[in-house]
Design a protein around this ligand. Structure first.
Ligand code: ATP
Ligand code: MG
Length: 420
């Protein structure tokens, strides 16, 4: 019989490492929950057309990386490769934008799927925490999101990351730039696929990682020189607000990002300890997306931070998160009578809000104490027949090794007092 393995490009989160992922999700979402963002959850799959239209047919995400399939009922679906299109679809469907409460600020956390060539930091199943502020054109929103992401990374102790910032212009100035770039690209010696890309989405050619292409791109027109006055003013305001918040960033006029829907502000968080998979998060403004998926004009901005790469960044910086032991009290029962009494006490402790665990499986004292140690519990409660005959249990402080007899009826209060 063949044994099964996790599919290629995926991995399991298992204890004790899995707790890091929870802590990272918690740290990234805390600043959002503290800033008026409401939690949203959408399905793991959507109509394939949502991504084709929303993310863009010419993007790598849609053209190469999407898990698209037909259901038995004939529906064309795709596992979600990213969160923004789904969140906007859900907000439109629920008419969140019609209640006069714009911007609608939402955050999410979940799994995303891309058929990529697996390598360190690049998986086929990965997880993101993201935020979207829908329905307002306000540079303070762009700034807020960048500041909150910076705060999230810093709260984890990360330091070796940089924020790259650019503006992609809007529907006034971007087309003019697009023309200029296109005529520049037409004069280059590019392979067939890149020539095609230059016609469909010329900005993405700037993102080409191949050295021979990059060499030819020297002297290409830069967007900054084409930004209209409104885009320039908007961008300056975003920069000023982030600067005033004490958040350092670098202007990167080559930053275009892989998704079609971005306008104006775009940014990426890169970490210098991660090799070629250096982007730990990214985002930007997407003023045209709502209309692209059939909604009204809803200028919006958002980001998504990669949980997997953030964990790798923590490792690269040698950061050990300060995660408290999940169990405070571990009960070790010796004999049938003690099992019944202590199992009852464990239930009481849990109801009282104390994290407690029990030596299951009828182990002897030695094995059970090993389990108590492994649990990281601050206290072990040990009881055998003789203790119970005296109406006590032994409360052992696992740090100091001190052991005291405590009357059974006082255990809960004693433990709570000593933990406080
Ligand atoms: P890259 O240029 O590395 O492919 P991207 O531009 O495709 O990244 P986004 O779509 O902006 O990435 O997603 C936001 C974040 O999600 C990325 O910065 C990264 O941290 C994470 N991410 C994206 N794709 C993957 C993947 N295949 N495996 C792990 N994390 C990923
Ligand atoms: Mg990608």
């Amino acid at each position: 019989m063949a044994t099964f393995k996790a599919p290629k490009g995926t991995y399991d989160l298992i204890p004790p490492v899995s707790v890091k992922y929870l802590a990272v999700r918690e740290a990234i979402s805390a600043p959002l929950r503290n800033s008026g963002y409401g939690y949203i959850e959408t399905p793991g799959f959507e109509d394939v057309g949502l991504f084709a239209r929303g993310v863009g047919e010419s993007t790598d995400i849609v053209s190469k990386e999407m898990y698209a399939f037909e259901t038995k009922g004939g529906d064309q679906l795709a596992l979600r490769p990213e969160g923004t299109a789904s969140v906007l679809r859900a907000a439109l469907e629920a008419s969140l934008h019609k209640q006069g409460n714009l911007p609608v600020k939402l955050w999410y956390s979940g799994s995303y799927y891309r058929y990529e060539r697996p390598q360190k930091g690049r998986y086929r199943h990965f997880s993101q925490v993201g935020a979207e502020a829908i329905g307002a054109e306000d540079p303070a929103l762009d700034a807020e999101l960048i500041i909150l992401a910076d705060q999230a990374y810093r709260s984890l102790g990360l330091r070796n990351f940089r924020i790259l910032l650019n503006s992609l212009g809007d529907k006034e100035c971007r087309p003019v730039y697009r023309e200029a770039l296109q005529s520049f690209l037409r004069g280059l010696d590019l392979d067939e696929e890149t020539v095609r890309r230059a016609e469909i989405n010329p900005l993405r050619v700037l993102d080409d990682k191949r050295p021979d292409v990059q060499k030819q791109l020297v002297g290409a027109p830069v967007l900054r020189d084409y930004l209209c006055d409104a885009c320039k003013a908007y961008h300056e305001e975003v920069r000023a607000l982030i600067t005033a918040a004490g958040v350092a960033f670098e202007d990167d006029e080559k930053l275009v990002r892989g998704l079609d829907y971005y306008t104006r502000t775009t940014f990426e968080f890169v970490h210098d300890g991660l090799g070629s998979q250096s982007a730990v998060g990214g985002g930007g403004r997407y003023d045209g997306l709502s209309e692209m998926i059939g909604g009204p004009a809803l200028p919006s901005v958002g980001w998504a931070l990669g949980v997997d790469r953030t964990v790798l960044a923590l490792e690269a910086e040698g950061i050990e998160l300060d995660i408290p032991a999940s169990t405070s009290v571990f009960a070790v029962a010796l004999g049938e009578e003690a099992r019944r009494v202590l199992f009852g006490k464990v239930t009481e402790l849990r109801k009282a809000g104390v994290a407690a665990d029990f030596s299951f499986g009828g182990k002897g004292l030695k094995g059970a104490m090993k389990d108590a140690n492994r649990s990281g519990a601050r206290f072990a409660v040990v009881a055998g027949e003789r203790d119970l005959a005296e109406g006590v249990v032994q409360l052992k402080d696992m740090e100091s090794g001190d052991q005291t007899a405590v009357p059974v009826g006082e255990l809960i209060d004693t433990v709570r007092a000593r933990l406080a």
